[in-house]
Design a protein around this ligand. Structure first.
Ligand SMILES: Nc1ncnc2c1ncn2[C@@H]1O[C@H](COP(=O)(O)OP(=O)(O)O)[C@@H](O)[C@H]1O
Ligand SMILES: [Mg+2]
Length: 384
């Protein structure tokens, strides 16, 4: 399924936004414009829908409570709202619509309670909350129906879809030193610390097929890399990746992942995640640590891999190289513009100047990123 429409109210630095999403969607905007906050709306719904350890209260707690989530621009209306529409294919009309709103009680136990939970299928309303039972027992409003298997049966496909939303912001140091820092792996592993375990869990043939595709890509991106292999440590049983490099002595060139470069690890994570399932993938700045020549090929690569699995990918980026591919349509780029009343979200080609420049043959990267640069950026040059 595809999220074709997203609306939110009072979510962090968004006071009120509503926009369409395409199969491949890039999010651009200045630092702190809210790109990660936007991706977090979808992670939030996933965290509620998770069958194991999900739920509204926990998802809010993991984010530091309602006061952290609610927009500072919210003022009198304290309600936080997220609404999504889902379709079977990117261009089909929405099959599902799910709307969730909540707020914190202003006195007493200061619980966070649902103010609305509504579900529509093919335009017909399936669920309306609060319902008479909720009014009799307001404690019920601490939980969504989305998170409860015995009441979400009519819209289970939404829960299943949300549960498998994947977020990737692989931090090479965390993966490389996962053992030695014995870091607590955050739930759902947003930073890729448990990445090797994920590879290990895949059925052997699937793993081999995926790693072979990754090897092909790495051979292009990483000079001298010849082979990529999965293995388990003989003593500890820990999963590892190793790569053979041609510039070392024969058979002396195998290196384990803790010796891979940041860029190699991030590319590996990206390529694995793209193949992992067919649900929505949220990618944070995939350009980090990668050579611009490689980054320039990421957009068409994502597009090709999407074709095979028909999955939606949302990508936050600052990279002109990433957006330099002439195959990117202006509608595939959402521009986040911060303002006094919160950040606005607009489709880049809705701006007449953007459309005009794209028609002249400029790339989305050239046209759109220029609009996200701070006008006083040159002053950084005089900071001492
Ligand atoms: N509750 C909130 N109300 C208003 N702004 C918020 C809230 N929570 C976070 N922010 C703002 O969001 C910004 C960070 O957004 P983020 O999504 O990380 O930006 P980006 O990923 O585009 O760099 C920070 O400037 C922070 O002040
Ligand atoms: Mg960010």
């Amino acid at each position: 399924m595809f999220v074709t429409h997203l609306a939110a109210k009072n979510w962090r630095n968004f006071k009120a936004v509503e926009f369409e999403l395409r199969e491949r969607q890039f999010l651009v905007g200045p630092n702190a414009a809210g790109k990660s906050n936007l991706l977090d709306m979808l992670r939030f719904l996933r965290d509620i829908a998770l069958r194991e350890g999900g739920g509204l209260q926990k998802a809010i707690r993991q984010r530091g409570g309602v006061s952290k989530i609610r927009s500072l621009a919210a003022r009198r209306d304290p309600e936080i709202l997220i609404e999504i529409r889902l379709s079977e294919t990117p261009d089909a009309p929405a099959k599902w619509r799910y709307e969730l709103a909540f707020k914190q009680e202003s006195r007493g136990r200061r619980q966070t309670l649902l103010t609305r939970e509504n579900v529509w299928r093919d335009g017909r309303k399936l669920l309306t909350r609060p319902d008479p039972d909720d009014l009799k027992d307001p404690e019920r409003l601490t939980q969504t129906h989305l998170e409860q298997i015995h009441v979400n049966v009519d819209f289970r496909p939404i829960a299943q879809f949300l549960e498998s939303v994947t977020y990737l912001h692989l931090v090479p140091q965390l993966l490389r030193f996962a053992d030695s820092i014995q870091g607590r792996i955050l739930e759902n592993d947003p930073f890729g610390q448990g990445f090797l375990e994920r590879i290990a869990k895949a059925p052997e043939n699937t793993r081999k097929a995926r790693l072979r595709r990754i090897e092909d890509a790495l051979k292009v991106a990483v000079p001298q890399l010849q082979k990529l292999a999965f293995l388990r440590d003989e003593n500890t049983g820990q999963p590892h990746l190793q790569a053979l490099y041609s510039h070392w002595r024969p058979n002396a060139g195998w290196q384990r992942e803790d010796q891979f470069s940041d860029g190699t690890l991030r590319l590996l994570g990206l390529l694995w995640s793209l193949q992992e399932n067919d649900s929505l993938l949220l990618l944070e700045e995939p350009e980090l640590s990668l050579n611009a020549g490689i980054v320039a090929h990421l957009a068409p690569l994502i597009h090709r891999m999407q074709r095979v699995r028909s999955r939606q990918v949302l990508v936050s980026t600052h990279s002109e190289a990433l957006l330099s591919d002439p195959g990117i349509d202006g509608r595939e780029v959402l521009l986040l513009s911060p303002g006094a009343e919160g950040t606005e979200v607009a489709v880049s080609s809705d701006f007449a100047e953007v459309r005009a420049l794209l028609e002249e043959g400029m790339t989305v990267g050239e046209v759109v990123l220029a609009r996200t640069k701070p006008s006083n950026a040159h002053e950084l040059g005089s900071v001492t």
